[in-house]
Design a protein around this ligand. Structure first.
Ligand code: NAG
Ligand code: NAG
Length: 216
């Protein structure tokens, strides 16, 4: 008898959890013969090398930024590089503040990892020291970003529920892999006959080699 009550309660709480709004997740492109080039883990010194190379080929990329990874996003070179890339028409999005694995964090910590980059409650900000660590991308770029890439591509239902207002963008190809038979999210700006996803812009040699390969 006790066992069946327990089962009933469990089933009912599971169904509540399933009804919670969750972030949408895209792991590939939705239009055939399109490509989205994405770069993770900046800001770092190769930011403009990559965006300039894309510009020279008439292409645009999406850069998923951390707040504090290779360098702090609020530093002067990082801010200048970000603005140059952004003003050239590339997309800047959030890759969390610290690049921590979100599935190891509780709800408060998950929220903080996201809000330090972009927050859905910017209007409530006051000018205090703590606000320095809120919505870096909004403060630097003056816009709210749309897309969010969880570090390591790692997420679970809690992460999707806590960040339900976001759109998670994963990837289906990494590094030098080029394939002709995958799909691209329609909101991403680039369309080309091949599909490629490049991660980790900090490795300039790999990144420029990859870009040369697809641009030629
Ligand atoms: C989340 O984890 C942090 C760090 O361990 C802890 O300080 C905080 O109390 C936790 N919050 C909740 C809601 O569990
Ligand atoms: C960004 O989002 C916040 C919170 O929803 C809002 O208050 C603010 O007006 C938005 N800013 C822009 C430039 O869209």
């Amino acid at each position: 008898m006790l066992k069946s009550i327990y089962t009933l309660v469990l089933a009912s709480s599971l169904s509540v959890a399933q009804n919670m709004p969750k972030a949408a997740v895209y792991s590939g492109c939705t239009a055939p013969k399109t490509v989205a080039l994405t770069f993770d883990d900046g800001p770092w010194i190769y930011q403009n090398v990559i965006s300039d190379m894309l510009d020279s080929k008439g292409a645009k990329g999406t850069f998923f930024m951390n707040g504090n990874n290779y360098e702090c996003i609020y530093g002067h070179p990082p801010v200048e590089r970000l603005l140059k890339t952004f003003n050239s028409g590339h997309q800047i999005c959030s890759h969390t503040w610290d690049h921590r694995d979100l599935v190891t964090l509780n709800a408060t910590q998950i929220r903080a990892e996201a809000d330090k980059m972009d927050s859905k409650e910017i209007s409530t900000f006051t000018e205090t020291f703590l606000d320095f660590y809120v919505a870096a991308l909004f403060k630097i770029l003056g816009v709210n970003t749309t897309f969010f890439r969880p570090p390591y591509g790692s997420y679970n239902d809690l992460v999707r529920e806590v960040l339900s207002e976001k759109t998670f963008i994963l990837w289906d190809l990494e590094q030098v892999m080029i394939h002709s038979n995958l799909h691209v999210h329609p909101d991403l700006r680039l369309a080309a006959p091949e599909t490629l996803s490049v991660k980790h812009p900090s490795k300039a040699r790999t990144s420029t080699m990859q870009l040369s390969a697809i641009a030629s």
